[in-house]
Design a protein around this ligand. Sequence first.
Ligand SMILES: NC(=O)c1ccc[n+]([C@@H]2O[C@H](COP(=O)([O-])OP(=O)(O)OC[C@H]3O[C@@H](n4cnc5c(N)ncnc54)[C@H](OP(=O)(O)O)[C@@H]3O)[C@@H](O)[C@H]2O)c1
Length: 300
Amino acid sequence: MKLVITGANSSVGLSLLGRLRGPGDVEVFAIVRSERAAREIAGAGRMHVRVVSYDDADGLAETLTGADCVVHLAGILLEGRGTSYASANVAPAAAVADAAARAGVGHLVLVSVVGADSGSTNRYFRTKGQAERAFAESGVPATIVRTPILLGVGTAGAHAISRTIEAGRARLLGGGRHTMRPLDVDDLCEAIVRICRARPEGVRLLELVGPEPVTYRALLERAATVAGTDVALGSIPVGLAKAGAAVRAALTGSGFTPTVVEVITQDEVVERNADVDLGMTLTPLTETLRRILARGERAT
Ligand SMILES: NC(=O)c1ccc[n+]([C@@H]2O[C@H](COP(=O)([O-])OP(=O)(O)OC[C@H]3O[C@@H](n4cnc5c(N)ncnc54)[C@H](OP(=O)(O)O)[C@@H]3O)[C@@H](O)[C@H]2O)c1
């Protein structure tokens, strides 16, 4: 099987590549945007690294030619001075969908987010919904996997938890009362491999979330228990956090905008978890926390 992974240097990409290394029948092509990112990934054996620009339609189509499955991971939550939701969440997805159709790819897989909606008033959820639409309308069999906050090696969610446990204190947006369904990144990677191996049929939308609903406050309290320590949790009203984020973003160009505050305080609710359809047993949340705290996940 020829498998192409875009945004291969993302935290999900690196975990997925780790799972696919070693003997097996999968020929992997890891796509990144820069030589710097390519150096983070050791190509060896059946793993090849390609630096490709999403603006280079021919180069992209050439790399995708003969692929049984293309997994699209490029995307952002935090905008920066040189990158926007349009340029990171929408344009690369549209380019990959077009290239996949031209190249006759067998199956497109998009890692999206719970809450994605092309009609949303929130720009992050809207652009993720637009990426989904590009995949769904590509004419290529496609599976869209909506995910919640991801926890595991290198993930922003794991960094945030480890930082709070290390500091022993935090002020949580809205008191951390929003409900999350944290998913172990290893479980997502297992799901992606299963999806790529399955026979694709039309366009399929899956929502894969972690095994347990939990408020962010309860998640941090559980993490403290796992780490054998205490954590003091205060609260910042969401409205105040949004106002502060708006001022900071205007003054400094910070990517932590009111849009992001809205995203990370949204309840992660799904009607049907895809773990059953995929025949998976999900990692218990406490086990995931044990792993990330044992590694001392830190922001890099
Ligand atoms: N982490 C989560 O909790 C979570 C939750 C739900 C959905 N997701 C989605 O899952 C996917 C992987 O997430 P992640 O957390 O592993 O990502 P990540 O570690 O933040 O990496 C982001 C990836 O997107 C690429 N990228 C950034 N700006 C780009 C642009 N303008 N054009 C093309 N590529 C760009 C980056 O490449 P460079 O290094 O070259 O910038 C990198 O490969 C993303 O689409 C994300 O939105 C993540």
